[in-house]
Design a protein around this ligand. Structure first.
Ligand code: KIV
Length: 271
C-alpha cells in the first residue's frame, strides 16, 4: 500500500507563525503554469502573480495598462501549477481605487475565477476602507507600501521612498492602519532598511521586503530579475541567481546553427 505524504499547504496562518517563530518568508513572482510549478516544487512559501506582468510579460513601460481580466488569466495559469504555496494575486490599477464596493467586486472576481488564495493592493490610509471591505468578505489582503509602482506618475521616479521624516512617519502610520484593517502581510518596496526594520518590529503581521533590507520578515523578487532574464534591470537591491538571458541566447544560437547546418535533427531525432 502506498502511503501518500500529506502536503502542508502555506496559509496566512502559517505566515503568522513563521513571523512569530523568526522563520523568514520566501516570495517570488510568477505569471504562468510552468514557472509556478518549478517554484512551488522548490519550496517557495508565496507566489505573487504581480502586476509586474505588465512589464515583464506584456512589455509595457509601467504596471498601469494591465487589466483585471489579464491578471486573472495569469493567475489561473499559476494556480494550475501549484500544490502547496500561497498564491497572492495583484489587483491591477483601476480595479480598486474608485471605492470599496468596486474593490470588493474586483477581489471577488479574482477569487472566483482564479482559485488564488488572496489579493494584494497598493496604498495606505486611502486604501483602508477597501481592505476592510475585502477582508470582511473573507478574502485575505496583502498591503503594499513604499514604492508603489501604480502611482509612478505621482512620484515621477522609481527611486527609494520615505527617506524624509514626513514620508517615513506616514508610512509607519499606514502600516499600522493596514494591520488594523485586517491585512495579513505588507510588502515594503524600496525604503531605507532602518525604516523597514522599525515597521517590521512594530507589526504583528509579516512584512515582505523588496529593496527594504534584511530585517523584513520575508523577501520578494521578480522572477525575471533574479533569474537574469531582464538584463537591463540592475538595482542595488537585486541579487541575480542565474544569467538566464545569456544561457537562453547561447542555446537558441546553437539551435539556429544546428538547423542551418542540417545537424538537427539527426537519425535518432526522427521517426
Ligand atoms: O508586481 C510585482 O511584481 C510586485 C512586487 C515588486 C512586490 O508588486
Amino acid at each position: 500500500m502506498s502511503v501518500q505524504k500529506e502536503i502542508k499547504k502555506v496559509t496566512t496562518h502559517t505566515l503568522q507563525m513563521m513571523k512569530a517563530g523568526g522563520e523568514k518568508i520566501s516570495m517570488i513572482t510568477a505569471y504562468d503554469f510552468s514557472f509556478a510549478k518549478i517554484f512551488d516544487t522548490a519550496g517557495i512559501d508565496i507566489i505573487l502573480v504581480g502586476d509586474s506582468a505588465s512589464n515583464v510579460m506584456a512589455g509595457h513601460e509601467t504596471t498601469l495598462p494591465i487589466t483585471l481580466d489579464q491578471m486573472i488569466y495569469h493567475a489561473q495559469s499559476v494556480v494550475r501549477g501549484i500544490n502547496r504555496c500561497l498564491v497572492v494575486v495583484d489587483m491591477p490599477f483601476g480595479s480598486y481605487q474608485s471605492n470599496s464596493e468596486i474593490a470588493l467586486a474586483s477581489a471577488i472576481k479574482i477569487m472566483k475565477e482564479t482559485g488564488g488564495h488572496s489579493v494584494k493592493l497598493e496604498g495606505g490610509e486611502e486604501a483602508v476602507d477597501s481592505v476592510k471591505k475585502i477582508v470582511s468578505a473573507g478574502i485575505p489582503v496583502m498591503g503594499h507600501l513604499g514604492l508603489t509602482p501604480q502611482s509612478i506618475y505621482k512620484f515621477g521616479t522609481y527611486t527609494v521612498r520615505a527617506k524624509e521624516v514626513d514620508e517615513a512617519a506616514k508610512l509607519k502610520k499606514d502600516a499600522l492602519l493596514l494591520q488594523e484593517a485586517g491585512a495579513f502581510a505588507i510588502v515594503l518596496e524600496k525604503i531605507p532598511a532602518a525604516l523597514a526594520k522599525e515597521v517590521s518590529e512594530s507589526l504583528h503581521i509579516p512584512t515582505i521586503g523588496i529593496g527594504a533590507g534584511g530585517a523584513c520578515d520575508g523577501q520578494v523578487l521578480v522572477m525575471h530579475d533574479m533569474l537574469g532574464i531582464n538584463v537591463e534591470f540592475k538595482p542595488r537591491f537585486l541579487r541575480k541567481y542565474l544569467d538566464l538571458y545569456e544561457q537562453i541566447d547561447g542555446a537558441v544560437k546553437q539551435y539556429i546553427s544546428d538547423v542551418k547546418s542540417k545537424d538537427f535533427p539527426n537519425e535518432n531525432e526522427q521517426y
